[in-house]
Design a protein around this ligand. Structure first.
Ligand SMILES: [Zn+2]
Length: 246
């Protein structure tokens, strides 16, 4: 049974019990566990998947794409071409952990088309168990060679964390839990002498989430340690459209 979708047709050889056995995850082929959403198993001797590129090459494509976006010279795209192929498989070149801010649009920002970015989003671009699981899926089963944490200028979530710390503001709903994950970055940024507290906290928050991902076992840490992926952070400037790596 496929452990992702529960469909008996996907992989009768891999049971949920087997999946839960210690160490079984590392032994599974991406083609088995991700059968419902990833590509079909490659035939013997077949060409590697199109996203089997070095992490540095993936970052270069994103950097060049952002330069095109910032210059307002994005590539021309035919969104209908390739739809049939995309219905069968996906080969993202990067997994992006982005803030949910409506002014940050990763595919546009990096000038990438459908199927090229595996994007997870949450206000404040912080790592949570669900988002980490999604990134694990993107890395191990979709083969994304790069993880990029994307913060941005004027982030309302980081600004809220600053206000909570400075004024003891009380936020409604589930916001306190989210803001608590950002507070450590603000506390570090408060010790920085130059620049604005908000800008420094935004950058520090990105760096902290990058560090957290690098130390997140069992999947992301392993892939990073084995240099199968790289994990980097960037801050998107809403006013200019440019991303600066931090
Ligand atoms: Zn934000």
């Amino acid at each position: 049974m496929c452990v992702i979708c529960g469909d008996d047709q996907h992989d009768p050889a891999v049971s949920r019990r087997d999946f839960l056995k210690s160490g079984s995850v590392a032994a599974l082929s991406p083609w088995l566990l991700g059968a419902a959403l990833a590509a079909d198993p490659p035939a013997p001797g077949a060409a590697p998947p199109p996203n089997a590129i070095p992490p540095a090459e993936a970052l270069k494509r994103l950097t060049e794409g952002n330069a095109r976006y910032a210059a307002n010279t994005p590539n021309q795209r035919d969104f209908s071409s390739g739809r049939a192929a995309r219905a069968l498989s996906q080969f993202p070149i990067a997994a992006i952990l982005s803030c949910a801010d409506s002014r940050v649009a990763p595919e546009l920002t990096f000038d990438q088309g459908p199927g090229e970015l595996f994007v997870v989003r949450v206000a404040g671009n912080v790592v949570s168990p669900d988002l980490l699981a999604s990134l694990e899926y993107g890395v191990q089963f979709l083969g994304a060679p790069l993880v990029l944490v994307l913060g941005h200028s004027g982030c309302g979530a980081v600004d809220a964390a600053i206000k909570v710390l400075k004024t003891k503001a009380v936020l409604p709903g589930h916001l306190p839990e989210l803001i608590a994950a950002i507070k450590p970055a603000v506390i570090v940024a408060e010790k920085t002498q130059s620049g604005s507290l908000l800008d420094n906290a935004i950058a520090e928050n990105v760096r902290r989430q990058v560090a957290r991902l690098k130390a997140s076992p069992p999947v992301v840490q392993k892939y990073y340690t084995e240099k199968k992926i790289d994990i980097v952070g960037g801050v998107y400037d809403i006013a200019t459209g440019k991303i600066t790596l931090v």
